[in-house]
Ligand binder design. Sequence first.
Ligand SMILES: C[S@@+](CC[C@H](N)C(=O)[O-])C[C@H]1O[C@@H](n2cnc3c(N)ncnc32)[C@H](O)[C@@H]1O
Ligand SMILES: Nc1nc2[nH]cc(C(=O)O)c2c(=O)[nH]1
Ligand code: SF4
Ligand SMILES: [Mg+2]
Length: 240
Amino acid sequence: MNKIPVLEIFGPTIQGEGMVIGRKTMFVRTAGCDYKCAWCDSAFTWDGSAKHEIKQMTAEDIWEQLYALGSDRFDHVTISGGNPALLASLASFISLCKEKNIQVALETQGSKWQDWFDEIDDLTISPKPPSSRMETNFSILDEIVAKLQANHTNFSLKVVVFDDKDLEYAQKVYARYSNAPFFLQVGNDDTTNGNNDELVTKLLTKYEWLIDQVMESNEWTNVRVLPQLHAYVWGNKRGV
Ligand SMILES: C[S@@+](CC[C@H](N)C(=O)[O-])C[C@H]1O[C@@H](n2cnc3c(N)ncnc32)[C@H](O)[C@@H]1O
Ligand SMILES: Nc1nc2[nH]cc(C(=O)O)c2c(=O)[nH]1
Ligand code: SF4
Ligand SMILES: [Mg+2]
């Protein structure tokens, strides 16, 4: 099927995470994931709770909706999910964005390759640490990273950290792919809290903990430590 299962289209907003943090962007969130991370902040993309909201869209349908929301006020689109790398059909949307001079970022966990990865301007690969209860297939990840590097694709690695074990895992990933830009991201373990002041206080404490760990370690040098910026502005709200 050539259609793309879409759950959300929103923006313009700021990219709250990783290698293009702060950039003005639109978002397209696809449905379906091959993982089920214990702390997934977008579980509605795969747990069935929003299945009635999934729209099967063509590349042109998605573009129309992006344009209806953002008109000429954007030049960058972020594709997230779910795992958008499950969808070969995204190729058509990515080339449509190119035609329109729109840059494309994409978020995926690194469990599956797509040939269109090399067309992405800002590709984030986010392997999952032990707290997620998912298992990384390092032979697949090795292959993906090797191909991206061989093809000079602009990508980065981003590991979400909740605890010491996660940081140990992140260190292993950092050492294994030592030439790749690397980001550590604060984990949000309170994804249903509607009290933003309380949430932000919690997240800042965790951010400080993560910074402290990295600063005092000689195993971490060329790394960026980031929060989820959008959580500080909008808390756990969807569609921002
Ligand atoms: C919802 S995922 C969708 C893309 C893809 N499935 C992935 O995990 O990379 C987008 C990003 O949010 C991160 N994320 C998900 N839940 C989170 C949480 N509770 N705290 C911090 N980051 C989280 C993921 O690690 C990923 O980098
Ligand atoms: N503003 C904003 N930035 C984000 N960066 C990654 C997101 C995601 O859910 O993949 C996200 C999101 O949902 N909103
Ligand atoms: S891989 Fe991404 S979308 Fe899938 S469950 Fe994990 S965090 Fe959620
Ligand atoms: Mg998110």
